[in-house]
Write a protein that binds this ligand. Structure first.
Ligand code: GLY
Length: 411
C-alpha cells in the first residue's frame, strides 16, 4: 500500500522529465542534422571542384560535356549548339561562387568563348538553358558589358520563336517522331525554363516585349500542358494558325498520359521563377500545386528521389532520375523562401531529404570517377534508349545550384 504514492511520484517525474526533454532533444537533433548536412554539402562542393578540374583536363577545345560512358571509359561531348552546352560553364561558375575556385572560373570563361556564337541561334528554344545558366550566372557575379549584349541577343533570338496566335514559344521545329505535321507549333514543358532569360532582358532594356512573351507562354502552358491533378504532359502540339490544341503527348516519358519526372521538375521550377519574376500569386499557387503533386505522389519513394517517370511500368524496380531530384530540390528551396508560400517547412524539409540522399556515395562520384561528373544515376531519354543511368551535365548544375541555395538559407 505504501509503495503506491512513491510509484505515482516516480511515474509523474518520469513523464515530466521525458516531456520536458522532448523539445530540446528534438531541436538538438534538427540543429545537429542541419550542421551535419551543411558539412556534407560543403564536402560535395569540394568533390565538385576536384571532379571538374579532372574533367577540364580531359576536354578538348570547344567540347561541351554531356555525359560519361563507363563501358567505354569515355566522356561524351557536344558542340555549342546542344541544349546542354551552358551547364558546364554554369557549374564551374557556381562552384567558384560557392567555395572559391578561380581556375574553374577561368575554365568557364574559356568555355563561354566557344559558346557565345549561339546568341544568334534562332533555331532552338533552349537559349535560356544555354546562355542564362552560363552568361547569366557570370553576369550575376560580375558586371560585364559583353555578356550583357550576348544575353540580350540571345533573348532576341529566342523571341523570334514566339507565335502570337498560339501565344507560345515554339520549342522544336520538327517533331522527332512521326506525330507532327506542317503548320504545327510544338511546345514542351521544358520550355518554361527558358523564360528567365526573357525577364532579364526586360529588366535590362525596359522593353516589356520580352516580359509579355514570357507571361503569355507561361499562361498558355498553364492552360494546355497541365492535367487537373497538376501533373503535366511533356509535349503539346498546337495549330500555329488558330492556336488550337492538336494533341498532348510525350517524347521522353513512359506514355502520353504518364508523368515524366523531369517534366514535372521543369514545371515546378518554371512556375517558381514565374512568381519570383512577376509577383503574381496565381503562379505561386500553381507552383505549390505542382509541388504537392510531386511530394504527395504515391510513387515517390521515401528518399524523395523520383523514378524516371512517376508511372514507369517497372516501379518499384524502375530507375531513378537524379537530375529530376536535383531540379526539384533547387525549386523547392526557392519556393520555401517566399513569404506568401504556404507549407515552407514542408518544402524545405523535402529539399533537405533530397540533398541528403544525393550526397550519399550511392549518388556522388568518387574523385576521378564518373568522367569527372558529380552525380550518378540520371536518366536522359528512356524511350530513345539514350543516356540511361548515367551522369548528366544538368544534374550536376542543378545539384550545385540547390546546394548553394540550401547553404544560403541555412547560414
Ligand atoms: N530538355 C530536355 C530534357 O529535359 O531532357
Amino acid at each position: 500500500m505504501t509503495t503506491k504514492p512513491y510509484l505515482f511520484i516516480f511515474i509523474s517525474a518520469l513523464l515530466f522529465f521525458s516531456c520536458k526533454e522532448k523539445q530540446p532533444v528534438k531541436s538538438i537533433v534538427t540543429t545537429a542534422s542541419n550542421a551535419h548536412l551543411k558539412s556534407t554539402l560543403n564536402n560535395v562542393l569540394n568533390t565538385g571542384v576536384a571532379q571538374y578540374k579532372y574533367m577540364a583536363d580531359q576536354l578538348r577545345k570547344g567540347e561541351f560535356p554531356k555525359t560519361y560512358n563507363s563501358e567505354k571509359n569515355k566522356l561524351e561531348t557536344s558542340g555549342s549548339d546542344w541544349w546542354c552546352s551552358g551547364f558546364y560553364a554554369g557549374s564551374l561558375l557556381l562552384l567558384d561562387k560557392g567555395i572559391g575556385a578561380p581556375t574553374l572560373k577561368q575554365e568557364a570563361q574559356k568555355s563561354m568563348a566557344h559558346l557565345k556564337k549561339e546568341q544568334f541561334n534562332s533555331s532552338t528554344h533552349d537559349l535560356g538553358f544555354m546562355m542564362y545558366c552560363s552568361f547569366g550566372n557570370a553576369l550575376a557575379m560580375q558586371e560585364n558589358k559583353e555578356y550583357e549584349q550576348i544575353l540580350l541577343n540571345s533573348a532576341k533570338s529566342l523571341s523570334t520563336r514566339y507565335n502570337d496566335k498560339v501565344k507560345a514559344i515554339r520549342s522544336w521545329d520538327n517533331a522527332p517522331w512521326n506525330k507532327g505535321n506542317e503548320g504545327d507549333l510544338i511546345a514542351i514543358i521544358d520550355n518554361m525554363m527558358n523564360l528567365e532569360l526573357l525577364f532579364w532582358a526586360t529588366r535590362h532594356t525596359n522593353d516589356s516585349t520580352y516580359y509579355n512573351i514570357a507571361v503569355n507562354h507561361a499562361n498558355t502552358t498553364m492552360n494546355n500542358h497541365f492535367r487537373d491533378d497538376y501533373s503535366s504532359y511533356h509535349v503539346v502540339i498546337y495549330d500555329e494558325k488558330t492556336g488550337a490544341v492538336q494533341s498532348q503527348i510525350t517524347n521522353q516519358g513512359a506514355a502520353d498520359e504518364s508523368s515524366w519526372s523531369r517534366g514535372q521538375a521543369w514545371g515546378l521550377y518554371g512556375y517558381t521563377v514565374m512568381y519570383r519574376e512577376t509577383g503574381d500569386l496565381k503562379y505561386l499557387r500553381f507552383a505549390e500545386n505542382i509541388a504537392d503533386y510531386i511530394l504527395n505522389h504515391p510513387n515517390l519513394p521515401s528518399d524523395k528521389i523520383p523514378y524516371w517517370d512517376f508511372n514507369a511500368p517497372q516501379i518499384p524496380n524502375a530507375l531513378r532520375d537524379s537530375s529530376a531530384a536535383a531540379i526539384i530540390a533547387s525549386a523547392l528551396l526557392e519556393l520555401s523562401t517566399f513569404d506568401e508560400v504556404g507549407p515552407k517547412d514542408k518544402y524545405l524539409h523535402n529539399a533537405e531529404l533530397i540533398l541528403q540522399q544525393l550526397s550519399t556515395p550511392e549518388y556522388i562520384a568518387n574523385n576521378g570517377e564518373n568522367g569527372g561528373f558529380l552525380l550518378k544515376h540520371g536518366v536522359g531519354n528512356m524511350p530513345n534508349k539514350t543516356e540511361i543511368d548515367v551522369p548528366l551535365t544538368y544534374g550536376d548544375y542543378y545539384l550545385i545550384e540547390a546546394i548553394l541555395r540550401y547553404l544560403e538559407v541555412n547560414t
